[in-house]
Design a protein. Structure first.
Length: 268
């Protein structure tokens, strides 16, 4: 990967991406990491790999990845401008900061890409929705795909408005799945199972179902559900409740709509 890169913000998401990039062949010696409060783990990682952490004089690089908290962006804008060459690419994984927000703070940035990953990126199984301004070339889009693909799958979006939808569905989505595991465990406990056993059973079930979907890409989730549902059996009895008119589907739709609305509020 013959590029130079600056990572702004080395928290969990930034750190996961950095590790993925280095595995892909990004040269540590051409990588600088800027984070005012790096963790001890990130400090040790950069030292071991040879990445420049908080250099005294940061230099412009081919790619800048913004992985800081949105509220930190306004203060960092002036510093970031000096790091962006005319042909440089800026990739933002900040929630809520629109292209217009970035253009206002980074007048020197022309090639802007906005991305929304999710937390499974930490284990290389994330999915990222991406939108690029018209100025971004096909080569730059391919580079962004490769960089963001280091931590999972990449889906290019037709409009920036879809970012809020992606945020609501997959960006926040892992929390919905974790909560499902919580609810299953509580239901098991309510039936009389020991709490620890119910938690292990629920967690392993969600883990296994996710892995089955991952390994069997040719089969839709709907068909996988049908495959494990015997007519008039126990699963069918449970699904009759979950798939009722006031069951899980309208509840999930309302929840994701609420997340989208909040994403739009945060974007201003």
């Amino acid at each position: 990967m013959d590029i130079s890169l600056t990572l702004i913000g080395a928290g969990k998401m930034g750190g996961a991406m950095l590790q993925g990039w280095l595995k892909l062949g990004l040269e540590a010696g051409r990588t600088q990491v800027i984070d005012p409060h790096p963790s001890a783990e990130m400090t040790a990682f950069c030292a071991a790999q040879g990445c420049a952490l908080n250099p005294a004089q940061p230099v412009p690089t081919d790619v800048i990845v913004l992985a800081i908290k949105p509220q930190m962006f306004d203060a960092a804008g002036n510093t970031l401008n000096s790091l962006i060459p005319p042909s440089g690419v800026v990739i933002s994984v900040m929630a809520g900061k629109t292209i217009a927000n970035m253009q206002a703070r980074l007048p020197g940035a022309v090639n802007l890409i906005r991305a929304m990953p999710n937390t499974p990126a930490a284990v290389g199984r994330g999915i990222t929705g991406v939108y690029a301004t018209p100025a971004v070339s096909e080569a730059q889009r391919a580079l962004a795909t490769r960089l963001l693909g280091a931590v999972g799958r990449v889906e290019w979006l037709e409009s920036e408005a879809q970012i809020d939808m992606v945020t609501a569905l997959s960006g926040s989505g892992p929390a919905y799945v974790f909560y499902l595991a919580e609810c299953m465990a509580r239901a098991g406990e309510a039936m009389g199972l020991p709490a620890a056993l119910a938690a292990r059973l629920a967690r392993a079930t969600v883990e296994g179902a996710g892995e089955l979907m991952f390994q069997d890409q040719a089969t839709t989730p709907s068909q996988l559900r049908i495959n494990v549902t015997s007519p008039a059996g126990t699963t069918a009895a449970a699904l009759a409740v979950l798939m009722a008119e006031n069951g899980l589907a309208p509840l999930m739709q309302a929840a994701i709509a609420a997340a989208k609305h909040r994403a739009e509020e945060l974007a201003g």
